[in-house]
Design a protein around this ligand. Structure first.
Ligand code: G4P
Length: 531
């Protein structure tokens, strides 16, 4: 078989997706359930967890464990029904939306997880916006149906009203939230999939197929209500329409309880059956890269010091086309320089194993990839450049200084490293000098990560002095000069180290507008908003 045929056939078997949710909706629990249900290819149990589920592989940062939030992202690969699923973890906290955005640039589909009692929450909304913006189709999973919650129809209404997305249930609950009797697969409406507690207190519920007549007899009003609701939904045309789903106009909806593994298999089936496989990918400046063409990949995340005993830096690459083979020499599009892929791994938290071959949709961890940056394209043979990742408008700013002057060299190295990883954006100004870099963040928790990692990894504790700015606009050299000269407006111009973009910082919109009035010719453009 030719390389192109292999790449095409393997791509067709891949589903690369992420779970998006508000913290506490059950993402870790679902991830664990999905991986256990499927056959984890690389490492069983290498899933994300927190609290007393510590020790699972993706919790490699102490802070992540202490806070119980996911700061960094891991990748899981597992098999289901002959297909290969790549599940990319996204940080749940709003402060890491930049990171989430990058991860979502590397997936073909998202599972939106909703807490049955809470419905749509702040972070669900933001993440959904990112999916819509990127044109990523969304499958919805309503979780925690084993606990009291809202009505199913009401939750569908909320999705439709708020997201202008037609919910098309594929499974439907029998029994209200908190009194779950089972699920109906709407494609087989004559059968109740009944769940009962497993003997011996096991978490996983036992599934039993019950024909309609018996279900009506044994479940009475709960079954009747489910049948009525299903008729209502059919009358409302709330049935899965694949083209509408792929176009982001509808979302297939599933119900369940990740904790007891209820509905998880059906969700996995949906990922295989409904999520699109990797397709041809748009290129910067027009055109596409076909999956079957020679190798190309996108670096969507760079992470250093994931493992203290390794002290290295990993670039996460999503294969976009062709076949990746460890050891092949590829080209880094940004510099035109060759890059050797001798140290390619699959990475699950601290667990690593060498990857020999990877196909479109797969994620490869390139170890010691100090030359690579987030947004980089790598290719073999025919050149390709994928669109870069946007940098979000920062809203929090602080001057960073070494707490210990004798550690200045380590301080500089650490700040540069964290900037390259995209942990924060680093700005410099002529006024303050390079010795006093300004850290710019979308969310203040990014500063905590900096403080923690500077002290722990670079042995260079930092002092951060907050600056009174909360708004950034793109300007140019002339605008920067005018801002620094203005006597009326409080603000300051700085240059972003990473891309040399000039930013104008203001305390608020009022000051920004005053500046625009004072210097009507000055360039003042909005940056990509994270919220
Ligand atoms: P997250 O990653 O989205 O933040 O959520 P996580 O999976 O950690 O779940 C948050 C809480 O919700 C956990 O309880 C978890 O056990 C619970 N949970 C998740 N799925 C279900 C479900 O289907 N049904 C019920 N009843 N609960 C669910 P916790 O008490 O905060 O943590 P833990 O001590 O159980 O780990």
């Amino acid at each position: 078989m030719s390389a192109a045929t292999t790449a095409g056939a393997e791509a067709a078997r891949r589903r690369t997706f992420a779970v998006i949710s508000h913290p506490d909706a059950g993402k870790s629990t679902l991830t664990e359930a999905l991986a256990l249900h499927a056959r984890a290819i690389t490492s069983a149990g290498a899933v994300h967890g927190k609290g007393n589920r510590r020790g699972v592989a993706s919790d490699w940062m102490e802070m992540e464990q202490a806070r119980g939030i996911s700061v960094t992202s891991a990748v899981l690969q597992f098999a289901h029904r002959g297909q290969v699923l790549n599940l990319l973890d996204t940080p749940g906290h709003a402060d890491f939306s930049e990171d989430t955005y990058r991860v979502l640039a590397a997936v073909d589909c998202a599972v939106m997880l909703i807490d049955a009692a809470k419905g749509l929450e702040e972070q669900t909304r933001k993440l959904f916006d990112v999916c819509r913006h990127r044109g990523i189709p969304v499958i919805t999973f309503v979780n925690k149906w084993d606990r009291p919650g809202r009505e199913a129809l009401e939750l569908l209404d909320e999705i439709e009203q708020e997201f202008r997305l037609k919910p098309t249930p594929v499974t439907w609950p029998v029994g209200i939230a908190g009194h779950l009797r089972g699920l109906v697969d709407v494609r087989e409406p004559g059968t109740l999939l009944r769940y009962t507690r497993a003997p011996g207190g096991a978490k996983e519920a036992v599934e039993e197929s019950v024909p309609a007549e018996r279900a009506a007899l044994e479940e009475g009003a709960d079954w009747e209500q489910a049948v009525e609701e299903l008729e209502l939904l059919a009358a409302d045309d709330a049935v899965h329409d694949h083209a509408a789903f792929l176009a982001g106009r509808s979302t297939p909806v599933f119900f369940g309880a990740a904790l007891s593994n209820i509905g998880v298999r059906l969700l996995l089936d949906a990922v295989v059956d409904l999520a699109p496989p990797p397709g041809d990918r748009p290129l910067e400046g027009g055109g596409t890269r076909a999956v079957g063409e020679s190798f190309s990949g996108l670096v969507f995340k760079v992470q250093a010091n994931m493992d203290r005993s390794h002290r290295d830096r990993i670039a996460f690459l999503r294969v976009c086309s062709g076949v990746f083979e460890r050891g092949m020499t590829v080209t880094r599009a940004a510099s035109g320089k060759p890059f050797a892929t001798k140290y390619a791994h699959s990475v699950f938290g601290q667990d690593r194993s060498a990857v020999e071959t990877a196909y479109p949709g797969d994620v490869v961890g390139l170890v010691n990839a100090s030359a690579l940056r987030v947004g980089d394209t790598l290719y073999a043979e025919r050149p390709a450049v994928f669109p870069g990742m946007p940098t979000f408008a920062p809203e929090h700013f602080a001057v960073a200084r070494p707490a210990d002057i004798s550690r200045t060299k380590q301080f500089r190295r650490g700040i540069a490293q964290l900037d390259e990883e995209g942990v924060v954006q680093v700005l410099v100004s002529d006024v303050r000098g390079e010795q006093a870099p300004v850290l710019a963040a979308v969310g203040p928790m990014q500063f905590d990560v900096v403080t923690h990692r500077m002290a722990g990894e670079f042995s260079a504790p930092v002092r951060l002095e907050p600056l009174p700015y909360h708004l950034a606009r793109a300007t140019d050299a002339a605008g920067a000069e005018q801002l620094n000269r203005s006597r009326l407006v409080r603000g300051e111009a700085m240059t972003r180290l990473r891309d040399k973009d000039v930013l104008a910082l203001f305390p608020d919109l009022w000051q920004a507008n005053s500046f625009a009035r004072e210097f009507p010719d000055a360039r003042l453009d909005p940056l990509v908003a994270a919220h």
